[in-house]
Write a protein that binds this ligand. Structure first.
Ligand SMILES: [Zn+2]
Length: 551
C-alpha cells in the first residue's frame, strides 16, 4: 500500500531484470519512500494512488544495483596517487589512465608524477605495478633510483600485498643489511633489493607507507570510493576488511562520509583483527559495539581474516606441487594453529566471518578450523565465506558444501592474470581449475564473484564477463568447463553477493519491500554477445529511489 503522503514513481525501461524468480521481467517498477512498492505492468502501476510515470530510463536497462562483496575503500584512496598499472583504468572523475605496458613506461609515468611535486624531498607514491607482466626483469630499487636518488619512492603492487621502494626510501627508513624480517628479499651481498612483501615488511618503509595508508580514509578517498561505485552500477559494496575500526575517529569518519545523503552507495565495512588489540574477547566486544552503529547505508559488525598472500605475487600458500620453477611457498598471515581459535571467538558470538584463502593450502587450514569450530558449536545459517578460494580443488568444494560455507570467487583473475597463471605461477592444468564457479554451483554452494578492487577495477560487468567467458587478456579460454551462464553470473553479482553479506532481505534483487537500488545500463547483459558484457555502458545507479548519474 502507498500512503497519499509518499509519492510513487513508476520507472519503465527498455528491459527490467529483477533477479527475483517471482517476477523476473516486469515492464515497470514502482518506488516510494526509497523502497520498491510494486513490480508489474506500466498501466497497473500507474493507477496506484498519486503515481507518476518516469520515462528517463525508457532507453536503458534496469537490473538490481550490483553488490560487490569483496572490495576495499582503499580503491578510492589510491586515486589520490599515481596509477602505473599494466591495464588501462578510469579514475573516479572519469579520467582515462592508459596502462604502462613496459618497465620504461612505468618509470616514465613516475618521472612525470615526480615533476609535478614541488618539494624535491616529498615522497612519490604510486600504485598498480604488476611485475608479473614484465617477464625476465624484476623492478627493484636500482630501477626506481633512475627516477630519483633523493626523493623517496614507494610503488604499491597491483596485488596490494607487495611494494617496491627506491634506495632513498630505504635510507630514510633504515632498511638495510641488518633488517631481519620475512618478506625483505636481499641480493647476493646481503642488501635488500627494494621489494617489501606483505604488510609487516611494507610497514618498514614508513615514510611511504604512512603517507599512503594514512590517507586511504581521507574525505577525498571516501568520496572517490562512492564515485567509483556509482560509475560501475554498484549500490552496495564492502570494505573487506579494515584494521582501522579499532579507532573511534575512523568510525566517525566513515559515519560522516557514508551516511551523508550525497554518498551514492551502501557499504559494509568488515573488521579485520589483523592488529589484534588485546584478547580475542576484546576484539569480539569491539565488533559487537561497532555493529550497533550500523545504519541503512553503513554496515558494521562482520569480520574478515586474511590467511595467506596472493598467487601472482607468489605469497599465497599452495599445497604440493606448489609454484612452478621451485619457487618457495608463500606466507602465512595468521599462524595456521591460531585460525580455529580466532574463528571460534567470532563464530560463538554469532558474528559473520569471511576468510581470505587464495591458495589451496590456506583453504585446507580454514576448512580444518571450520570443521572443529562447527562441530563444537553448530550454528544454523552462519554464512561464513571463503574469499578468493582461487585454487580450490573439487574435494575441497565438497567439504565447503558439507560445512555449509559460501564462496566468493575472484573471477577477474582469469582475465587479468590467467595467461600468467598458465605460464608462470601454477601451469595450465591448475590454472584451468581456478575460480571454479561451475563446480561450486553444481554442488549447490552459495556463490558470489568479485573484483577485489582496487586489485582489479571496480566493475561488476567485467567480473560477470570474466565468469561467463573465462577469457584471458590474450583471448585464451581458460578452463571452459568452469564457465557459467549470464543468469548465473548476474545472480552471483547481485543477490548472491547480498546473501553473503546477510543483506539479501534488503538489496540484491528487485522485489516489493526491498530498497529501490538499481543499476541503470545502456544495454541488456542478457540480450547481447557474452564477449561484449564487459563493455556495456553504465548510465549510473538509483540508490534508495534517488538517481545517481555516472560521470
Ligand atoms: Zn581483498
Amino acid at each position: 500500500m502507498t500512503s497519499s503522503s509518499s509519492p510513487t514513481t513508476v520507472y519503465r525501461a527498455k528491459a527490467i531484470h529483477t533477479m527475483d524468480a517471482a517476477n523476473p521481467r516486469p515492464a515497470a517498477v514502482a518506488v516510494a519512500d526509497g523502497r520498491i512498492t510494486a513490480v508489474g505492468d506500466v498501466a497497473e502501476l500507474a493507477s496506484l494512488g498519486g503515481a507518476t510515470v518516469d520515462d528517463r530510463f525508457a532507453d536503458h536497462v534496469i537490473t538490481p544495483g550490483f553488490v560487490e562483496a569483496h572490495c576495499h575503500t582503499f580503491g578510492g584512496g589510491l586515486w589520490q596517487f599515481t596509477y602505473c598499472g599494466y591495464f588501462d583504468r578510469w579514475g573516479p572523475d572519469g579520467r582515462h589512465w592508459p596502462g604502462c605496458r613496459t618497465l620504461d613506461a612505468v618509470l616514465d609515468r613516475l618521472r612525470e608524477a615526480a615533476a609535478e611535486l614541488a618539494d624535491p624531498t616529498e615522497p612519490l607514491i604510486a600504485w598498480g605495478l604488476d611485475p608479473i607482466y614484465f617477464a625476465g626483469e624484476r623492478l627493484v630499487a636500482v630501477h626506481l633510483d633512475q627516477v630519483s636518488t633523493e626523493r623517496p619512492i614507494f610503488v604499491l603492487h597491483a596485488s596490494i600485498h607487495l611494494a617496491t621502494v627506491n634506495t632513498a626510501m630505504m635510507q630514510a627508513d633504515n632498511i638495510g643489511p641488518d633488517t631481519l624480517m620475512d618478506g625483505v628479499p636481499k641480493d647476493g651481498s646481503g642488501n635488500p633489493i627494494g621489494e617489501l612483501q606483505e604488510p609487516a615488511a611494507m610497514g618498514l618503509a614508513i615514510t611511504g607507507a604512512s603517507r599512503l595508508f594514512g590517507s586511504i580514509l581521507s574525505e577525498q578517498a571516501l568520496a572517490n570510493f562512492g564515485l567509483l561505485a556509482r560509475n560501475a552500477g554498484v549500490t552496495t559494496m564492502t570494505d573487506l576488511g579494515s584494521t582501522s575500526l579499532v579507532r573511534d575517529d575512523v568510525v566517525t569518519k566513515l559515519e560522516t562520509a557514508i551516511n551523508a545523503e550525497s554518498f551514492p552507495a551502501r557499504v559494509s565495512v568488515f573488521h579485520n583483527p589483523g592488529g589484534v588489540i588485546g584478547s580475542l574477547a576484546d576484539e569480539v566486544a569491539l565488533v559487537l559495539e561497532r555493529r550497533s552503529r550500523s545504519t541503512d547505508k553503513l554496515r558494521l559488525g562482520n569480520v574478515k581474516f586474511v590467511l595467506d598472500g596472493s598467487i601472482q605475487g607468489f605469497t599465497a600458500r599452495l599445497n604440493p606441487p606448489g609454484y612452478l620453477g621451485d619457487r618457495p611457498n608463500g606466507l602465512w598471515l595468521v599462524p595456521p594453529e591460531q585460525v580455529a581459535e580466532r574463528l571460534q571467538a567470532f563464530h560463538d558470538a554469532g558474528l559473520l566471518v569471511h576468510v581470505h584463502c587464495n591458495g589451496d593450502q590456506a583453504v585446507d587450514v580454514f576448512l580444518d578450523a571450520a570443521e572443529t569450530v562447527l562441530a563444537a558449536n553448530p550454528r544454523a545459517d552462519h554464512r561464513h565465506t571463503v574469499q578468493h578460494c582461487q585454487l580450490t580443488t573439487r574435494a575441497q568444494y565438497e567439504r565447503i558444501k558439507a560445512l555449509e560455507l559460501c564462496v566468493n570467487l575472484f573471477a577477474n583473475h582469469t582475465y587479468y592474470w590467467g595467461d600468467q597463471h598458465m605460464s608462470t605461477t601454477v601451469g595450465p592444468e591448475r590454472a584451468a581449475t581456478m575460480n571454479a564457479a561451475a563446480t561450486a554451483l553444481e554442488l549447490g554452494i552459495p556463490l558470489s564473484i568479485h573484483s577485489d578492487s582496487p586489485v582489479t577495477p571496480l566493475s561488476p560487468l567485467r567480473v560477470v564477463s570474466s565468469a561467463v567467458n573465462r577469457a584471458t587478456a590474450t583471448g585464451h579460454v581458460l578452463g571452459p568447463d568452469e564457465r557459467i551462464n549470464v543468469t548465473e553470473a548476474m545472480t552471483a553479482a547481485t543477490i548472491g553477493a547480498a546473501y553473503q553479506l546477510k543483506m539479501d532481505d534488503e538489496v540484491g534483487s528487485l522485489a516489493v519491500g526491498k530498497r529501490a537500488d538499481f543499476a541503470v545500463l545502456d544495454d541488456d547483459p542478457f540480450g547481447g554477445e557474452p564477449e561484449a558484457l564487459a563493455d556495456i555502458g553504465v548510465w549510473g545507479t538509483v540508490l534508495g529511489g534517488v538517481a545517481q548519474p555516472a560521470q
